[in-house]
Design a protein around this ligand. Structure first.
Ligand SMILES: Nc1ncnc2c1ncn2[C@@H]1O[C@H](COP(=O)(O)OP(=O)(O)OP(=O)(O)O)[C@@H](O)[C@H]1O
Ligand SMILES: [Mg+2]
Length: 446
């Protein structure tokens, strides 16, 4: 069974967690300081390191740095208290495998330990690692980084700023953070700063008393108050007018709101996740966004890269959307003709994942036979990739040719020599055409 070194200066935690691990059959070594831990690491090999961040002299981060300098690679799980998110981020950058918030949930710890040890042994295939956020599709390095940060912040109360182009999944990520937080059973309230008219935004956010202004015939509870104990998602925060920026800042500092027309201060406990597709740093420089508010919102930053920078996620997303939309439309899951995927991979996706989702939905609906071909893609995609120019005139002929080749191959059990005979061309010509139509098996495709 695996050997774990657990370093923590808090004796009660040390005892309790060691006991749990031993009961699970692990061999547990303990140390109460980083220095003591280093002595152990010098003399024996361990399979996993469980490391408290706050330690008397050298802290957890220092120890990670020491490991790195010494070129010792041990999967490390950091334990931290609330309020040290930045440190946790630093720890992950230094190669920590995972980060858990104290007091630690026992089952979570055991799962993470098992995963860390398996992974270090190289026993685990990427496919086997269960995504912590199954509704968010993506395997690319960029998305794995996003998942890491999401996991780290989910359980904390840190404010999160999500940036990324339109359609990259900002709202999806915000919701997932809420759903994986301790606030998950409380409201997730969305405030879209662009769709609410400016003159209404203040009372939408903070509420008002009856008679506070003309038209305020009833008392109204603001969205921030409604989100109490939950999360408020401020979408397109870059559009928030100056006077509301000031008011929002005051709320973030004091954790109190005042309804319009009221002198009463109401305590509100909400976590703020904001999102923008604008360059907020630039807005700060230009003076249209308050710098102090920017720093309050931007405790942890999650940047969602555009789809064109993580094209390796496209096939996964395509599959995901084919499944989703065929289910929604009561259709069998369609197949893609090989050149369709090629085209999808060469397109730039200015509308990112939202655009890809729309394209796949349209294709599912338009393809009657359960086979999606290029003609089921919107013309802008065909055009953008130069496909139309190349193929417009010969499209139908090419399709005809392809279907003839497939027919010939099917009749001959994919015997290329016989199929070529049927078609009246040489085997070499047939192979050239098969390659062109994406019909050659990958292994033969030189
Ligand atoms: N990684 C992903 N996996 C699966 N679906 C995704 C992913 N990213 C985004 N989507 C889907 O794409 C659509 C757009 O996502 P979302 O609304 O979160 O984007 P956004 O960044 O908020 O866009 P905007 O800036 O235009 O508001 C949604 O339907 C969402 O579910
Ligand atoms: Mg959005």
């Amino acid at each position: 069974m695996a050997k774990i070194l657990y370093i923590d200066d808090e004796i009660s935690a040390l005892k309790a967690i060691s006991a749990i691990l031993k009961k699970e059959g692990y061999t547990v070594l303990t140390a109460t300081s980083a220095e003591e831990g280093i002595e152990i690491l010098k003399n024996s090999s361990v399979d996993c390191l469980l490391l408290d961040y706050r330690l008397p002299k050298m802290d957890g981060i220092d120890l990670l740095k020491w490991l790195r300098q010494s070129e010792i690679s041990i999967p490390t799980i950091m334990l931290t208290a609330y309020g040290t998110i930045e440190k946790a981020v630093e720890a992950m950058k230094l190669g920590a495998h995972h980060y858990l918030v104290k007091p630690v949930d026992t089952q979570l710890l055991l799962n993470v330990l098992k995963e860390a040890i398996e992974k270090s042994k190289g026993n685990q295939k990427i496919e086997d690692i269960k995504s912590p956020f199954p509704e968010i599709i993506g395997k690319s390095k960029a998305m794995q980084e996003v998942f890491y940060i999401m996991q780290m912040v989910a359980e904390s109360n840190a404010n999160v700023l999500i940036t990324g182009e339109s359609g990259t999944g900002k709202e999806l990520v915000a919701r997932a953070i809420h759903n994986n937080s301790l606030r998950k059973s409380k409201p997730f309230v969305i405030v879209d700063c662009t769709t609410i008219p400016e003159n209404l935004l203040e009372s939408e956010l903070f509420g008002h008393e009856k008679g506070a202004f003309t038209g305020a015939s009833e008392r109204k509870t603001g969205l921030i108050e409604i989100a109490n104990e939950g999360t408020v998602f401020l979408d397109e925060i870059g559009e928030l007018p100056m006077f509301l920026q000031k008011k929002l800042l005051r709320f973030l500092q004091e954790k109190e709101i005042q309804r319009i027309g009221s002198t009463q201060r109401i305590k509100v406990d909400v976590r703020v996740i904001s999102a923008t597709n604008r360059d907020l740093e630039k807005a700060v420089q230009e003076g249209s966004f308050r710098e102090d508010l920017y720093w309050r919102l931007n405790v942890v930053r999650i940047n969602l890269p555009p789809l064109r920078e993580r094209k390796e996620d496209i096939p996964l997303l395509v599959n995901h959307f084919l499944n989703k939309f065929s289910k929604e439309n009561n259709k069998p899951i369609p197949q893609l003709e090989p050149e369709v995927m090629e085209l999808l991979l060469s397109y730039d996706w200015p509308g990112n994942i939202r655009e890809l989702a729309n394209v796949m939905e349209r294709a599912v609906v338009l393809s009657p036979s359960g086979l999606i071909s290029i003609k089921h893609l919107p013309r802008r995609i065909q055009e953008k990739t130069g496909w139309v120019a190349k193929n417009e005139s010969s499209l139908n002929l090419l399709e005809l040719e392809k279907s003839l080749i497939i027919k010939a191959l099917n009749t001959t059990g994919w015997n290329q020599t016989k199929a070529a005979e049927i078609l009246g061309i040489s085997r070499k010509q047939l192979r050239t055409k098969m390659k062109h139509h994406g019909l050659l098996p990958k292994s033969e495709d030189e």
